[in-house]
Ligand binder design. Structure first.
Ligand code: ADP
Ligand code: MG
Length: 232
């Protein structure tokens, strides 16, 4: 099986061509195998979100190569990149970004709707199954706005899985939750990772949670180093 993700000397500058041009990532190498669950750590402002946006095909590197499931994305036009993103990558953010007026089920169906252009029974069936999986089967017709932070984040996880992605990217998914909810949300992602072999790259500041990952990598001054969990 091909590596899910290969980053080869990824560099990223903001404000290119202006007097305030700054390079944030200085040549990142990272390979992730199918089914790996990796924690991405590093101080605030070190470039974690920048890196996640590049891996998630939301932004392009200034230079370097990025392969997803063995496919080199470097020269793909925007349209092909968008399609690849929709079919291979799921996102979970710190502030879930659910549509608050939509029900849990409608939120989970969004990626499928965007892909197919029209609703169908299969989408409803899949949304129900995913909400069951994250323990919210009975909540599917509730509006997101009426759910707790932990519940909303579980809806976001179900939504991230809607297209059965090879890779889920989570940017501080538990950063906004109390300790117990954070633990439950993290454990849910870990279980899904084991059941489905879905690969996860999770940004966290929580070393206790990071230590439960297969591996920790850390962005320090725009470079990637083996994280603190690997010491000793
Ligand atoms: P982290 O997620 O590790 O906190 P970020 O990737 O958000 O770090 O930011 C890394 C650096 O890049 C910071 O100095 C930030 O100010 C800068 N930065 C992030 N996004 C932009 C942008 N769109 N334009 C210019 N600078 C940015
Ligand atoms: Mg960030």
């Amino acid at each position: 099986m091909a590596d899910v993700l290969v980053l080869d000397q990824i560099r990223k500058s903001y404000n290119v061509g202006t007097p305030v041009e700054t390079e944030v990532l200085h040549g990142i190498d990272l390979t992730m195998r199918p089914g790996e669950f990796v924690a991405l750590m590093g101080p605030s402002g070190s470039g974690k979100s920048t890196l996640l946006n590049i891996v998630g095909l939301l932004d392009r590197p200034t230079s370097g190569r990025l392969l997803i499931n063995g496919e080199d994305t470097t020269d793909l036009p925007d349209k092909a990149l968008t399609k690849l993103r929709g079919h291979t990558i799921g996102f979970v953010f710190q502030y879930h970004y659910l549509i608050s007026a939509f029900t849990a089920a409608e939120n989970v169906m969004m990626p499928m709707l965007v892909d197919r252009g029209h609703p169908d029974r299969e989408m409803e069936r899949r949304a129900a199954e995913l909400l069951d999986r994250v323990g919210l089967g009975r909540w599917r017709d509730n509006r997101a706005t009426n759910m707790s932070g932990g519940q909303q984040q579980r809806v976001a996880i179900a939504r991230a899985l809607a297209m059965d992605p090879a890779l889920v990217l989570a940017d501080e998914p538990t950063g906004n939750l109390d300790t117990a909810s954070a633990d439950a949300v993290f454990e849910l992602m870990r279980q899904i990772n084991r059941e489905r072999m879905t690969t996860f790259l999770v940004v966290t500041h929580n070393l206790d949670l990071a230590r439960r990952c297969d591996r920790i990598v850390e962005v320090v001054d725009g470079r990637l180093t083996p994280g603190p969990g690997l010491a000793g």
